[in-house]
Write a protein that binds this ligand. Structure first.
Ligand code: SAM
Length: 283
């Protein structure tokens, strides 16, 4: 009999993905984790009923999550990555000439099982000597640390379960405190067409702490609902105004060769369709 993974992230619709082979299905202590194979998406990681990543389309999400803020910043040496247990964003961060990446992931099982079953996503990133892997709640970490970072990347689950704290105004205020002057924070902000209120709330909460709040976008096939939004928060509006030629020079200097990401994509991803502009106070 055909088995289907039923994604229950959205109350109004369900996405069903055929499971040709279930590699793992377990309760980790923090969340329900499933890894299965599908002919279209390859290996699929799901947590608590929500698709997290797939080996086929992960490059779109992870390249955009990591390269856009680091290239826009232009001289990032210290990066804080919160969540991202599959290692896909980490691998892209480590393609840059950064000195240190602190990764704070709440669930060690996601890291261990991704290394075992999703190695095409993380590669050897977890072995990189520049990585300081901390198994802890990212919200508690930023509330307590006295370390400072040039770029903060929040590659979180959706605002349910352990990820909920990563969508609060208090967490964003703590991230702001942990940024160096001119630093930038980006976060996973859902698919605004389906998660409209979540997107509005995230942008409003970011505005309480940051002078320049925006979002950039990419369509990621496994995340239903059209374009996926990445929240953008900094006190330096010039980071969002670097032109295509300069972005291209920085990409070449860093030796980044994206399968999705490039200078045109970088600059174009800041464009907001009219329906998103109308959702936001200063859009
Ligand atoms: N790309 C995915 C998406 O769009 O939903 C996110 C992928 S990544 C696997 C999300 C990670 O965030 C998970 O490994 C989860 O354990 C981690 N996470 C959730 N809540 C967290 C918290 N409070 N602190 C640190 N990591 C957290």
């Amino acid at each position: 009999m055909t088995a289907w993974y039923k994604e229950t992230l959205h109350a109004e619709i369900e996405q069903h993905i055929r499971m040709d082979r279930v590699l793992l299905s377990e309760r980790t202590g923090h969340q329900d984790l499933v890894i299965f194979e599908n002919p279209l998406f390859g290996r699929v990681l799901a947590l608590d009923g929500a698709i997290q990543t797939t080996t086929r389309d992960e490059f779109i999400y992870h390249e955009m999550m990591a390269h856009v803020p680091i290239i826009a910043h232009g001289r990032a040496k210290r990066v804080l990555l919160i969540g991202g247990g599959d290692g896909g964003a980490l691998r892209r961060v480590l393609e840059h000439p950064v000195d240190q990446v602190v990764m704070v992931e709440i669930d060690r099982s996601v890291v261990d099982l991704s290394r075992q079953w999703l190695d095409s996503i993380c590669g050897t990133a977890f072995d990189d000597p520049r990585l300081d892997l901390v198994i802890a709640d990212g919200c508690a970490y930023v509330a307590e640390t006295d370390k400072r970072f040039d770029v903060i990347i929040v590659d979180s689950t959706d605002p349910i379960g352990p990820g909920a704290v990563l969508f609060t105004a208090e967490f964003y205020a703590d991230c702001k405190r942990c940024l160096t002057p001119g630093g930038v924070m980006v976060n996973q902000s859902g698919t605004p067409f389906f998660q409209e209120q979540e997107f509005i709330d995230v942008q409003a909460r970011l505005r309480r702490s940051f002078a320049d709040v925006w979002a950039y976008a990419a369509a990621v096939p496994a995340y239903v609902g059209g374009q996926m939004a990445f929240g953008w928060a900094t006190d330096d509006p010039s980071l969002r105004q670097v032109d295509t030629a300069e972005i291209g020079r920085r990409i070449d200097a860093a030796g980044i060769q994206g399968r999705y990401y490039g200078a045109d994509i970088h600059v174009g991803s800041y464009a907001r369709p009219g329906f998103l502009r109308s959702l936001l106070p200063t859009g």
